[in-house]
Design a protein around this ligand. Structure first.
Ligand SMILES: CC(C)(COP(=O)(O)OP(=O)(O)OC[C@H]1O[C@@H](n2cnc3c(N)ncnc32)[C@H](O)[C@@H]1OP(=O)(O)O)[C@@H](O)C(=O)NCCC(=O)NCCS
Length: 174
């Protein structure tokens, strides 16, 4: 049994540990620390999965992004889902999926309109993600079409927006 809730200051170190163990490297933990200091950070959308024994076993973060269009940089009320991590011993039990679903629900509730993700093309479609190219949204890096996906929390939100996603600087620094 576990609950999902927004991060608190006392979770910071444990969130880093979850990421270090899931990714087997420190980059994602460092990225989260940098994002936390940036204006892209949305405290309500840094979610942890916590057991009844108060162990943090999963984490997901959504950060604000902008989209560069032909007419300039647009704040399209968009987020990027990244990173997401579940402790190795707790993987494949649905915790990652629960974090995604809860994050999308909360993001919608506080008024965000779309979410992009760079990830596995068989994992994210079940939450409603589609290739971002179908919405005219391009990644800022050279990746194959199906791994860069988007979900409109507000259907049609991206109908008038075409362009390239600009991630927070923290993504370029780690
Ligand atoms: C990706 C991750 C967060 C999923 O968490 P989880 O709690 O195991 O996820 P769920 O139990 O909800 O779902 C498991 C599904 O994810 C799939 N999966 C696990 N890791 C995956 C990966 N790196 N890429 C694609 N699919 C993956 C499993 O095959 C399984 O598929 P199924 O639902 O069709 O059976 C977790 O495996 C993890 O922390 N991995 C290491 C870090 C990472 O790669 N994060 C994602 C990139 S930001």
């Amino acid at each position: 049994m576990y609950t999902i809730r927004a991060e608190q200051p006392s979770d910071v170190e444990k969130i880093r540990e979850v990421n270090d163990s899931a990714f087997e490297q420190e980059n994602e933990g460092k990225l989260i620390a940098k994002l936390r200091e940036s204006e892209a950070f949305v405290e309500e959308l840094s979610l942890v999965a916590e057991t009844e024994q108060q162990e943090i076993i999963g984490h997901i973060l959504f950060s604000r992004i902008r989209i560069e269009t032909e007419s300039g940089m647009v704040d399209s009320h968009s987020l990027a889902l990244a990173p997401m991590a579940v402790k190795p011993e707790s993987q494949n039990k649905g915790i990652g999926s629960a974090l995604v679903r809860e994050g999308l629900k909360r993001a919608e509730e506080i008024g965000y309109e779309s979410v992009v993700v760079l990830g596995h093309p068989t994992y994210y479609p079940k939450f409603g993600f589609i290739p971002a190219s179908e919405k005219g949204i391009k990644p800022p890096f050279d990746v194959s079409d199906e791994v860069f996906m988007v979900l409109e929390l507000d259907p049609g939100a991206l109908d008038e927006v075409e362009g390239t996603v600009r991630y927070p600087d923290a993504f370029l620094e780690v």
